[in-house]
Design a protein around this ligand. Sequence first.
Ligand SMILES: [Ca+2]
Length: 301
Amino acid sequence: MKAGFASLPFLILSAALACPSNSHYEICSSPCDTSCAGLSTRIQCTRNCFEGCECDEGHMSDGEACVPIERCGCVHEGLYLKAGESIFSNNCTEKCTCSRISSQLTCEKVNCTSGETCTCTDRVDGSGQGEGHCKISSEAQLNTFDGGSGHFLCSGVYDLALLCNDSAIPWFRVSVRIGEDSDDGPVVGEAIYVFFQDTFITVRNSKIWVNGRPVWLPYNKNAVSVRQIQDGTMVDLDSLVQVHLHHDGEVKVKVKEILAGKLCALCGNFNGDKSDDLKLPTGESEKDTAEFLHAWKAKDL
Ligand SMILES: [Ca+2]
């Protein structure tokens, strides 16, 4: 009887700390030493260590899994590519590929042939049918999902978009920190805070934290991915929501059509009608823009 009780905590601990292939549990693991991206780029990280899974000797994390060091990818203009991945750059005039065999980056000139067009698909500002697009410009002007515009944000932290009306869809919340530019210039998006189920992501100054811990990019776990793209940082929530913080402070939120009419906060309810976008957290309509903006200031950030 005594032995049975003694073994129970061990069983629970083992289940909680099951690590993926090519990794093992460490009580004090440093993320600085285990990332492929850290091999060739200077990434902000902490020397503090954390309890968690660490890649086995001879392996490093490529953002999704622990791979042999020789299978780590390449870095192109600050963007990490996994082995085998390609990227188009310089207005689609160049295609760079990270070799699956040598992990060396090779670039070649490309041209679209007749009938082909080159478009960016890795950005929030695409124009997919039925998607909602909300934006805070680098001058801090808000454009809602339904096309409402003309509201300018003062400094502070605001809730941009959150799920209000559907318990069947994973809950999320997107907030933004608006700060004054240091040269008395325009007010800009300084940081984004994204909540998705049990995950909390912070993006600030090109640094990323997940649940308070600094992470390497690309990050991909529990249907959340965070990656560096050419002009900023992209957070993707299970392909339902994408948030893009641009280097110049512009913030964009893209949502799937399934979220129509189910959202609230500054970006509006995404019901196709821009005239009813000024709603308070209580659901009441508000005619005073200043009151509307103030009501969506985050109380906890
Ligand atoms: Ca609306």
